[in-house]
Design a protein around this ligand. Structure first.
Ligand code: 13P
Ligand code: SF4
Length: 306
């Protein structure tokens, strides 16, 4: 480890204790961030962790909607996002106003929003879901027609697993669409023993070639199983750090080196330290949005328990 890192880490850990803070990091974060986090996980695991932490401050190393979800679940805690530019372009592909308009056109539909959405969009939705629980949440609903926003590809994947009528919003993840089916077929020839595991934000043509379709947390669990000795990984490449760290001796091959989410990479050790020193940037959901958004997130957590 470099001298720069040792000094920074010491300062972060000492300030973290002083502030009674917890550091949560998404599986796509830089390795240096994952390594100092108290908990690393997928969107669902991070929300569950935020919901139960007794820390006073949550330093959220992920993108804006994730920090916002933590604030929705813990309105009395201080939630810090070390870089305010760390947004999710997919979450910004739908506004609350656009959703209200679509709801007027589809009065009979139940609205399910992917957790990758703003608090305002969550507030307009009946229930929220993540890639880990999407099928379970939708199957739990007493509804025939679902308006699913904003990810058309996750929505399409769910439509292959349910009899409900799925109406999809045309959003997508700019990082996952970079993964092309020909990359998977090429790598399968090169690594015939490898399992192909992809995230449900991938295009349907990519999903059709996979052995498993899993959330990032699901990918980490599957990698630990005995079935896997080599894995072709169809998601953002930040996850490879955790996969290698938890599974020495196994081989992980990114489906595409281009599958990088630049927003996830904005957070680093310097910004975490600065965030704890200055107690910034604080993410807080306005009161008028908070209660309705929380209802959608709570319903998701409840459906996940059933
Ligand atoms: P997970 O919930 O599977 O971690 O996915 C979050 C995300 O942003 C994927 O691009
Ligand atoms: Fe958003 Fe895609 Fe980045 Fe996930 S990988 S945070 S969906 S842009």
């Amino acid at each position: 480890m470099e001298n720069r890192d040792v000094k920074l880490i010491e300062k972060i850990l000492s300030l973290k204790r002083q502030r009674k803070a917890v550091i949560l990091a998404h599986n796509y974060q830089l390795g240096e961030v994952q390594d100092i986090a108290d908990f690393v996980g997928d969107s669902l695991e991070l929300s569950q962790n935020a919901a139960k932490t007794d820390a006073e401050v949550i330093v959220f190393c992920g993108v804006h909607f994730m920090a916002e979800t933590a604030s929705i679940l813990c309105p009395d805690k201080i939630v810090l996002l070390p870089d305010m530019n760390a947004g999710c372009p997919m979450a910004n592909m739908i506004t609350a106003e656009e959703l209200r308009k679509r709801k007027r056109e589809l009065p009979g539909a139940t609205v399910v929003c992917y957790i990758n959405s703003t608090a305002e969009v969550k507030a307009e939705s009946d229930v929220c879901c993540t890639s880990a629980n999407a099928v379970k949440v939708i199957e739990s609903l007493d509804a025939r027609e679902i308006l699913f926003v904003p990810d058309q590809y996750l929505g399409h994947y769910i439509s292959t697993k349910t009899d409900k009528k799925m109406i999809l919003w045309p959003g997508f993840c700019p990082t996952h669409v970079r993964i092309q089916p020909q990359y998977i077929t090429g790598l399968r020839q090169q690594y015939p023993q490898a399992k192909v595991v992809v995230h449900p934000e991938c295009r349907p043509e990519v999903i059709a070639l996979a052995d498993e379709v899993l959330s990032t947390g699901g990918i980490c669990r599957y990698a630990r199983s005995e079935e896997v000795s080599e894995m072709i990984v169809g998601t953002e490449i930040g996850i490879i750090h955790r996969l290698k760290k938890e599974n020495p001796g196994k081989k992980f091959i990114p489906a595409s080196e281009q599958a990088v989410c630049p927003n996830m990479k904005l957070i680093n050790l310097e910004k975490i330290l600065w965030s704890l020193e200055e107690m910034t940037h604080q993410v807080k959901v306005p009161k008028e949005v908070h209660l309705r958004a929380k209802t959608a997130v709570d319903k998701m957590l409840e459906a996940g328990r059933i």
